[in-house]
Design a protein around this ligand. Structure first.
Ligand code: SF4
Length: 301
């Protein structure tokens, strides 16, 4: 199996979801990216080029086949080239008893005190585990790949942020990083998709939003009920309740008085009461998720 820094991105952006990683690696086509995402991509490229220009003497390894780039990366490290742009690494690690190929391309290797600093350029302003876990994991993977290729670990892991700051990312010990990579390998290699309920903010900017929301609507998922959060969906699932029909049936059975309380009511009274309850459980529409203006106002980049 091959795992790359791109897999980490798909696992965590725009929100953490193993199903997105699973579908992406399965080759399931996602929806078209929004105009907002196109603008963000171009801004990110501009930000990276502007940072590259500040070095002047960087060795650019962005062109060539993967094999050529990998070899030229190793040569440049051995030669002690001061600044290497777009190096490419590949290595093998044993994850959960299986040999996995790991790959990744940090933006820069910067020579310092006889070693190298790994630096990635991001448009994001907040580099932390809550806002951008994928960035931390990507940098740590690069560190691991560098070590596999060059021997000693990198001197530091850094991010050049959208505000022009340098943020240092703390490395992790190998078992912790391996646990994350093993988790991804488990998701990708599974026979069935992981359970991931849809969620309002979770799915809003995901490329699979239309697909997943339709499935949730088709199956009457409890995740569509307003104010039912992801934890509650999981708890209901553990209790054998997946649809709002099942939930409604459960409510009818378990309310005070139980089945006996129905004695004496007419069928028409029952139908009227059920209509009222169905309306209270009416799922939210997914249409707002397609509103690019909503995405454009999201400042978490
Ligand atoms: S739409 Fe939601 S559930 Fe589906 S893959 Fe995306 S984030 Fe996950």
């Amino acid at each position: 199996m091959f795992l790359s820094s791109g897999d980490l991105y798909h696992r965590y952006r725009p929100a953490a979801c193993d199903l997105r990683l699973y579908l992406y690696r399965l080759g399931v086509e996602s929806g078209e990216s929004s105009p907002y995402e196109g603008v963000i991509r171009r801004l990110g490229q501009h930000h990276e080029r502007a940072h590259l220009a500040t070095f002047g003497n960087a060795l650019d390894l962005s062109a060539g086949t993967p094999a050529e780039r990998r070899q030229r990366t190793l040569n440049a490290i051995q030669d002690g080239v001061p600044v290497i742009y777009q190096p490419l690494f590949q290595g093998t690690a044993r994850l959960s008893g299986v040999d996995c190929d790991l790959g990744g391309a940090p933006d820069f290797l910067i020579r310092e005190n006889g070693g190298y600093v790994i630096r990635d350029v991001k448009l994001s302003r907040r580099i932390n585990g809550r806002d951008h876990p994928e960035i931390l994991w990507q940098l740590r993977l690069y560190g691991r790949l560098y070590e596999l290729a060059a021997g000693p670990p990198p001197l530091r892991l850094e991010v050049f942020t959208g505000t022009g700051e340098i943020v240092v990312v703390e490395p992790l010990d190998a078992p912790t990083l391996d646990a994350e990579l093993s988790g991804m390998a488990g998701v990708i290699g599974a026979d069935a998709p992981p359970f991931e309920p849809v969620g309002w903010s979770k799915c809003g900017r995901c490329g699979y939003q239309v697909r997943c929301w339709k499935e949730a609507e088709d199956t009457h998922s409890v995740a569509l009920i307003p104010k039912v959060d992801q934890g509650m969906v999981s708890a209901l699932r553990d209790a054998g309740i997946n649809s709002y029909d099942e939930l409604l049936a459960q409510i009818r059975c378990c309310r005070p008085g139980g089945v006996e309380a129905r004695v004496g009511r007419t069928a028409s009274q029952d139908r009227q009461r059920d209509r009222h309850r169905h309306s209270a459980l009416r799922p939210r529409s997914s249409h707002k998720h397609n509103d690019p203006d909503r995405a454009a106002t999201d400042s978490r980049v």
